[in-house]
Design a protein around this ligand. Structure first.
Ligand code: EZ4
Ligand code: CO
Length: 402
């Protein structure tokens, strides 16, 4: 029997910080997992090195479900982003190994193709409307069929979601940057600019918007109602989702579709949202919610309630995560959309292969396993570079959800 022989954890910053897990079997087969948790990278790296690697060595790499249950139940302590990201990395790496051993791409092991390619949305942004319009035009020219639009609120420095260079990077400072927030100003401005986007570019593409947890349920209801006739593909994270029940109030007021889940880590965090049909898209990610095994379980539950997938896919998830997500997206019946941002050139030199972009769609790799290779030597040239996400403060100085 082949066994797990070696478990390596790499922390490097090719373009940005990534934590990468590599499992090697006694037959010399390797599998990759993404263990990146933006702004908390070293916690997951230590969890894997100190508490998971010793448990993996000697195990049968083919027993993916059993290893998942062993790491989840065996920890005794439940859920949480650090644990679930660590379990996810192991799970993704074991699927990669299973695919390589079988000589099949992972999507074939998940039941084969449900679709030819995976619809993605890109992130258009600008510090003002003119810049946002230019950016949307650029995304349309590049073939995107779905575009998320974010712009700065006039008078508020440093709004969520506005790209500075070509690559979007919210974790940009050695200590958390503090950004001002005004719900009143946002609520007065955002529906107006989204309307201008539709007036300028029409309705022949999917328009998305990320509220990024900033509103209360009744404020989110107002927002959803005001943008209803703009036919957004979704409004994302309209209110923080720890209280799943609170989405019922938003639902009662608006038909604007709702997407939630990028900061949530397990099926239990989205159970009520799904089973009570309080959302339309579930955005849990393959690397923060327990890997391919657990994400598939979430999406299967969602399918029973006509909730579709909308996997989180920012650049703070590595190309290993994106590849794994696209294998899942290709296989499941209830796929909705995949978030996609361009990686930095250095990232793509260190992580080679994976999903490829053409005409607004991602195409799954046909290589055995996930189809991604990690260049350990090259990665050493990009040492870890501590960075934090920003913190939001209301105009009275109190902390708000960023
Ligand atoms: O702010 O991944 O929809 N995408 C997002 C992301 C998150 C970052 C945080 O690390 O909301 O841009
Ligand atoms: Co988001």
């Amino acid at each position: 029997m082949s066994t797990i022989e070696k478990v390596d954890v790499f922390v490097a910053a090719p373009g940005r910080n990534y934590v990468t897990l590599r499992i090697t079997t006694s037959d010399g087969v390797t599998g990759l997992g993404d263990a990146t948790l933006n702004g908390r990278e070293l916690a997951v790296a230590a969890y894997l090195r100190d508490h998971v690697a010793p448990l993996l060595v000697g195990r049968d790499p083919a027993r993916i479900e059993d290893t998942w249950q062993y790491l989840y139940r065996g920890a005794y302590w439940r859920r949480g982003p650090v644990t679930m990201t660590a379990i996810a990395a192991v799970d993704i790496a074991l699927w990669d190994i299973k695919g390589k051993v079988a000589g099949l791409p992972v999507y074939q092991l998940l039941g084969g193709r449900s679709r030819d390619a995976v619809l993605v949305y890109g992130h258009a942004s600008g510090s003002d409307l003119a810049e946002l319009f230019d950016d949307i035009a650029r995304f349309k020219d590049a073939g995107y069929q779905a575009i998320r639009a974010q712009t700065g609120v006039p008078g508020l420095a440093g709004s969520y979601g506005v790209r500075k260079g070509l690559i979007y990077e919210p974790a940009a400072t050695a200590l958390p940057e503090e950004q001002p927030w005004s719900t009143e100003q946002y609520l007065n401005f955002a529906p107006r600019y989204l309307r201008e986007v539709r007036e300028r570019f029409g309705f022949d593409f999917h328009l998305l918007h990320d509220v990024h947890h900033r509103l209360t349920p009744i404020e989110a209801a107002r927002f959803g109602k005001e943008v209803e006739e703009l036919h957004l593909f979704w409004m994302e994270d309209p209110t923080p989702a720890e209280n799943q029940e609170s989405f019922r109030l938003i639902r009662q007021h608006t038909t604007t579709p709702i997407a939630v889940g990028e900061v949530l880590t397990s099926i239990w965090d989205v159970q009520q949202l799904i089973t009570e049909q309080l959302i339309d898209y579930v955005r849990t990610s393959v690397s923060h919610s327990g890997g391919i095994t657990h994400l598939r379980r979430i999406f299967d539950l969602a399918a029973l309630y006509q909730v579709r997938s909308g996997s989180h896919g920012p650049t703070d998830l590595s190309p290993v995560s994106l590849a794994a997500a696209v294998h899942v997206d290709t296989a499941i019946p209830n796929f909705g959309i995949q978030e996609y941002m361009a990686f930095a050139p250095e990232t793509l030199e260190v992580f080679r292969g994976g999903a490829s972009f053409a005409d607004g769609m991602l195409h799954v790799s046909e290589e055995p396993g996930l189809g991604v290779e990690y260049d350990e030597r090259l990665a050493e040239r990009f040492p870890y570079d501590p960075k934090y996400l920003p913190v939001a403060r209301r105009l009275d100085g109190s902390v708000h959800d960023w």
